[in-house]
Design a binder for this molecule. Structure first.
Ligand code: 13P
Ligand code: SF4
Length: 368
């Protein structure tokens, strides 16, 4: 698939040299990508892998990338936490973020001396655009002394106003840790109101959140799950914690994208449905041939902007470089690093069937 708004001048030819360089990769995706389609992807894969070596670059590929990107050019693959950890660890001089803009910013915050590229600057996120640094400053004025936990799906200026970041794989642990450190029973957990509600059901503190939502996960409903179960009685339902709480209440397990992927790897359910972005099922299915995937899903239009031709263009032209103002980056780095420095905990399930506590507060932007 060539994502919108980008037309490579010509399709690269499938030559003998390309075949030699890519034949060993085809088995990774052959259950999903027919030979004829592979011949369109392979020249880009060969050229990208050559350029990575030449430019000392690595590609960090999020679990929502399409399989030809995820399996064939991604050097590190995973959820937002794992990609941030790899960004912090890599010796490569260039990082290409096959994901969305906030992920690239997180890499730049952690590696200011490296060149961080995103293949399409428009790869955004509805959560990241839901809140600004000024909004967080107002929240801090309204709730003085209450620790601020910010989901990584935010811009650098929001992270800069934050005590500690979290991802969907460690949000419960982060909230428990920071409230204990501050000696308080309240926390500001922003900007995803659904993640906050799901975490609030698991912790013993009052949660103040923000009216943000993921445009992909908020579209799933509890009725969707009941319908899936009616048609597939033995199906195991895994959901991302950005889904509304009534969706998680119907699920068998909730966790980050890697949490769901690990669940399938470890438990090998006969039938499974992943209540999340569409490419996840493709990528997890390729690694688990014995598992049958029921396929309702929602596409993330931002993630889908990243394609092989755009990754190649990014490496050839060294665009689009992601930069973060150093004063903002310094403050944001403290919040991201504080999360990274937490002791590693096993992937948590955010589901335990408990209703959102009445004490939860959802804050909204102040009208200008
Ligand atoms: P993960 O951290 O679970 O990969 O989630 C990132 C994301 O954007 C999900 O919509
Ligand atoms: Fe943002 Fe949702 Fe897309 Fe993830 S799936 S990048 S949270 S819009």
């Amino acid at each position: 698939m060539v994502a919108d708004g980008f037309k490579p001048d010509f399709a690269l030819p499938y030559t003998d040299a390309v075949r030699e360089k890519t034949d060993s990769l085809y088995p990774l995706v052959e259950r999903l990508i027919p030979r004829l389609e592979w011949q369109l992807h392979a020249p880009y894969i060969a050229a990208i892998n050559d350029l990575k070596a030449e430019k000392n670059a690595v590609i960090l590929a999020h679990n929502y990338m399409t399989p030809e990107v995820f399996a064939c050019v991604g050097d590190f693959r995973g959820d937002s936490l794992m990609l941030a950890l790899e960004a912090a660890r890599t010796d490569a001089q260039v990082i290409v973020q096959a994901g969305v803009h906030f992920m690239a910013e997180t890499s730049k915050i952690l590696c200011p001396e490296k060149t961080v590229l995103i293949p399409d600057m428009r790869a955004g996120c509805s959560l990241a655009t839901s809140i600004t640094g000024a909004d967080v400053r107002l929240l801090k004025q309204k709730y003085p002394g209450v620790p601020v936990v910010t989901y990584v799906n935010t811009t650098a200026d929001v992270k800069a106003e934050t005590d500690i970041c979290c991802t969907s794989s460690n949000a419960v642990q982060v909230v428990e840790h920071i409230t204990k450190e501050f000696g308080t029973d309240q926390v500001i957990l922003i900007p995803d109101q659904y993640l906050a509600k799901n975490v609030a059901a698991m912790v013993d503190v009052k949660v103040i959140t923000w009216a943000g939502a993921c445009e992909v996960h908020e579209r799933f409903s509890a009725d969707d799950i009941r319908e899936i179960r009616a048609g597939n009685p033995d199906v195991v339902v895994l959901a991302h914690p950005e889904c509304p709480p009534d969706v998680l209440a119907e699920a068998d397990f909730a966790g980050s994208t890697s949490g769901m992927s690990n669940y399938v790897k470890d438990k090998q359910p006969k039938n499974v449905v992943l209540i999340t972005e569409c490419s996840m099922s493709d990528n997890v299915a390729l690694e688990n041939p014995a598992v049958n995937f029921v396929r309702p899903c929602n596409l993330c239009p931002h993630m889908k902007r990243i394609s092989l031709p755009k990754i190649l263009d990014a490496l050839q032209t060294m665009t689009h470089e992601v930069l973060v103002d150093e004063t903002i980056a310094r403050k944001a780095r403290k919040a991201v690093q504080r999360m990274i420095d937490l002791p590693k905990s096993p992937n948590q399930s955010v589901y335990d069937g408990v209703a959102t506590p009445d004490s939860l507060i959802v804050e909204h932007p102040v009208e200008a």
